[in-house]
Ligand binder design. Structure first.
Ligand SMILES: *Cc1c(COP(=O)(O)O)cnc(C)c1O
Length: 379
């Protein structure tokens, strides 16, 4: 029986152990744990990589999103439009500022926010749009930016799953007013703990982000704004600087695995090319830029039974996400009901993420597709 977990961070660590130890050791020797030089070094590298002028290290992707909305002065009573199909923090940060999350449905193929659903949701109170680049593929940024410009709305990109993805030749995180990245351990560029970054091309916003992540004081103990402690640890920056050297090669490996999966699924007859007659629908690529495959999400018939079968056969999978945001308990007061955003609800029933970490090999991918085939044949 195979033993293929959804992610395997141990395999990656073994390949870079010595470099990591050396980088951590430098921080230990310097004893500069708070905003040490490694933080600025990483900020410059990630900003440049993401086609942005400024990067501001943050304590997490969630805090990058929160700080971004604070920098844009989102206030109680404001409305912010976002995708109903995302990790909780995308909407949580809106609610934490007393603003109202307004959920748009997604496209059936890419599972990204459907730009056509945005405009009807705009009101006098709307201040911003947060598109999410789901699974590592850019949302339709041009369409979203056009709407934002027409209605004078800010755009904050939730690029937490999509570092290195691009859209029409420009990286995600550089299109909106602010881009937000996560260095959660399992992300394509992950630390050994929490971390994140906000990017922008606007010097005033960069300054506000920098102030807000450090209690809003400049100089020290003279507070111009009410900020918080949203700082990225020097130790995490030191680790991420090592891993950043490998990011492109890891992304390439993920993309190669996605290609192999598609070939294997098509050859097995499990996925049909031009219609939806197969048992599984493969992740769609919109061809407007590079999909970095943080997640490889299929949409599967009888998903929960398939997930259980794969687990019994030693293969790890995960559901991103079992409950769309508009139906979360904590947002009950917003008044959404089942059926309001049908594509998000359908995705929540069908989506299943398969292992796609770089250290997988073709034999393991074959094993996974073969096991999925066994499930549908035995059923
Ligand atoms: C991971 C993630 C976040 C939050 O990142 P953290 O670093 O865990 O706070 C936000 N949005 C999306 C879409 C994510 O995948």
């Amino acid at each position: 029986m195979p033993n293929i977990p959804l992610v395997n961070l141990k395999a990656q660590y073994e390949a870079i152990r010595d470099e990591i130890a050396e980088s951590i050791n430098q921080v230990l020797e310097s004893q500069q744990f708070i905003l040490g030089p490694q933080v600025e070094d990483l900020e410059n590298k990630i900003a440049h990589y993401s086609h942005c002028q400024y990067g501001v290290g943050m304590s997490s992707g969630t805090d990058a999103l929160l700080c971004a909305l604070m920098a844009l002065d989102i206030q109680p009573g404001d409305e912010v439009i976002t995708s109903a199909y995302s990790f909780f923090s995308t909407a949580g940060v809106i609610a934490r500022l007393g603003a109202r999350p307004v959920f748009a449905d997604i496209l059936e193929d890419t599972l990204n926010i459907d730009p056509q659903q945005i405009e009807p949701l705009i009101s006098e109170k709307t201040k911003a749009i947060i598109p999410v680049h789901f699974a590592g593929q850019a949302a339709d940024l041009e369409a979203i930016l056009r709407i934002a410009q027409n209605y004078h709305l800010y755009v904050v990109e939730d690029a937490c799953q999509a570092i290195g993805a691009d859209y029409k030749g420009k990286r995600v995180g550089s299109w909106g007013d602010i881009g937000c990245f996560s260095f959660f351990p399992t992300k394509n560029l992950g630390g050994y703990g929490d971390g994140g970054m906000a990017t922008t091309n606007n010097p005033k916003l960069a300054e506000r982000l920098r102030l807000l992540r450090n209690h809003g004081h400049q100089p020290k103990y003279y507070h111009q704004m009410v900020g918080g402690n949203f700082r990225l640890d020097t130790l995490q920056a030191a680790i991420l600087l090592v891993k950043f050297r490998y990011l492109e090669s890891w992304i390439e490996a993920r993309i190669a695995h996605a290609r192999t999966y598609s070939q294997l699924f098509r050859a097995s007859g499990l996925a049909a090319d031009d219609d939806h007659s197969g048992k599984v629908i493969l992740p769609a690529e919109h061809q407007l830029g590079r999909h970095v495959y943080h997640l490889y999400v299929i949409q599967a018939d009888r998903r929960d039974a398939l997930k259980a079968f794969l687990r019994q056969n030693g293969i790890g999978t995960e559901i991103y996400y079992p409950v769309p945001l508009h139906l979360q308990e904590c947002f009950k007061h917003l008044g959404y009901k089942v059926g309001d955003l049908p594509i998000s609800e359908q995705a929540a029933r069908r989506a299943l993420a398969l292992p796609i970490y770089p250290e997988l090999n073709d034999q393991m991918l074959s094993e996974i597709v073969k096991t999925i085939g066994e499930f549908y044949r035995s059923a």
